[in-house]
Design a protein around this ligand. Structure first.
Ligand SMILES: *Cc1c(COP(=O)(O)O)cnc(C)c1O
Length: 451
């Protein structure tokens, strides 16, 4: 149905026009250049400086509604729990909360953030392979809606905590279905060799064990096979295996009310044929639909990645024949995906004149002292003068959240666009904020030397 169909080999990268046309919130205007919703991105870059992440609120809302609508039209009792790790900014969480969404969190930090953003604990699922006793205790005390258990060892830990605190823990067993998601190895999670989940063959016995534990209420099973998945076959295989497991558990007299279907739905960065939410809803309906289950879906990337861009300025262009290095003021510390996953991101000039000028290949790099600090190789770009600005597309997920201050580079500013208006949602901190919490011990602060 939606296997990744590569463009013809000679098609090359999509043009600026194609990239913009495929993203409804972006447009290229003859006067204003690249705009997001009703706002010229150059105006934001002028006011806030670069590097700067900009998110379209309307785009996140539209995508949430599209997914919710597809699930509803498929007749599923499904809830959307946004995977906070994709973009944990409070404004994004507040937006999801207002749409009625829940959250999927993988640490107590994300749990606290989600609550701070307005998502009630009852609508939060707590996942993660290494939850500490203290974290689990806090999750139980806050009353999270569901804890996804990743091992027999963790189940025992939760049972002991629940008994000690007088809590009743609603748990789902995260099962490893041993299905290849067909995505990048670093974002594959559902293979037996990956650290995630309970081996499929052991899930039945552990579920029965969970049902006998005081303080534990097993509510269902969970599965998450990876990220940026653009084919439906891996989802079909995983959910098919989970349906089989649910029937087996019920056959053994065990109650199963929910299946947490994880996240992983991919998007189009370059020319991948990304599945529509209807395709996912259809697969869910055909595999798990007839079982009277409450379903949970946990999209992260799909909801927020296309909504964000990273604005950067050209510092200088270094001619090193036959190569041309376009050095940006954004680096791998701001957007790690190209360095970590060999990810391809569209790069579009902000100025209208630059966007229509003839292009030739360029190496687009950041200023960080690492050879991996490369955004794109042999990318078609026009002649760009120092100070020219570009937007790196689809940076709304796994962008700011993965950033660091390596090379003593302060975090990029962040902005949210709403219609014709825009709001700074995180100013670029002053340099001194980088060392504000560092302590130089007294033996280094007295006197000027060894004397
Ligand atoms: C990362 C993660 C997600 C979200 O993945 P996306 O690919 O961003 O949709 C959902 N559930 C779990 C358990 C995860 O670890």
């Amino acid at each position: 149905m939606t296997a990744t169909a590569p463009r013809p080999a000679d098609a090359g990268d999509p043009s600026f026009t194609e990239l913009v046309a495929a993203r409804p919130h972006l447009a290229l205007h003859a006067q204003d250049g690249l705009t997001m919703d009703e706002v010229p991105l150059a105006a934001i870059a002028d006011a806030v400086g670069t590097p700067c992440f900009v998110y379209s609120a309307a785009t996140i809302r539209r995508r949430y509604a599209a997914l919710a609508g597809a699930l509803e039209r498929a007749g599923l009792d499904a809830r959307i729990h946004y995977a906070v790790k994709a973009n944990d900014h409070l404004a994004v969480l507040a937006l999801i909360a207002r749409e009625g969404g829940g959250a999927d969190v993988v640490s107590v930090g994300e749990l606290a953030r989600a609550v701070e953003g307005g998502i009630p604990p009852a609508r939060i699922v707590y996942s993660g392979v290494g939850k500490t006793e203290a974290e689990l205790g806090e999750a139980l005390a806050r009353g999270v809606g569901q804890i996804n258990v990743e091992s027999a060892e963790e189940l025992d830990m939760i049972a002991a905590l629940a008994a000690a605190g007088g809590w009743r823990a609603r748990v789902a067993l995260r099962v490893n279905p041993d299905v290849d998601a067909g995505t990048h190895p670093k974002i594959t999670t559902g293979l037996a060799e990956n650290k995630f989940g309970i081996p499929y063959a052991e899930a039945g016995a552990l579920y029965a064990h969970a049902a006998r534990l005081p303080g534990i209420e097993p509510v269902g099973v969970a599965v998450h096979i990876g990220s940026q998945i653009t084919a439906m076959a891996p989802f079909r295989a995983a959910y098919g295996r989970i349906a089989e497991l649910v029937r087996g558990l019920r056959g053994a007299g065990l109650p199963v009310e929910r299946v947490d279907c994880g996240g992983g739905l991919g998007i189009t960065y370059r020319d991948e044929i990304a599945p529509a939410p209807e395709a996912l809803a259809g697969v869910l309906e055909r595999t798990l639909g007839g079982l009277g289950l409450r379903l949970i879906v946990e999209p992260g990337r799909w909801l927020v990645a296309p909504a964000g861009v990273l604005l950067a300025s050209v510092v200088l262009v270094k001619a090193a024949a036959p190569r041309r290095f376009v050095v940006l003021d954004a680096g791998m510390n701001d957007l790690l995906r190209p360095a970590l996953y060999d990810a391809w991101h569209g790069i579009v000039p902000l100025a209208a004149a630059d966007a229509v000028a003839p292009v030739s290949p360029a190496e687009v790099v950041g200023p960080v002292c690492e050879s991996a600090d490369v955004f794109a190789r042999a990318r078609g770009l026009p002649v760009l003068a120092p100070g020219a600005r570009v937007a790196i597309l689809d940076a709304g997920a796994y962008g700011a959240v993965m950033s660091s201050t390596y090379n003593a580079r302060p975090p990029a500013a962040q902005v949210m666009v709403e219609g014709t208006r825009w709001h700074v949602i995180r100013p670029r901190p002053p340099l001194a904020a980088l060392w504000r919490d560092e302590i130089v011990p007294p033996f280094l602060t007295g006197g000027t030397g060894r004397g």
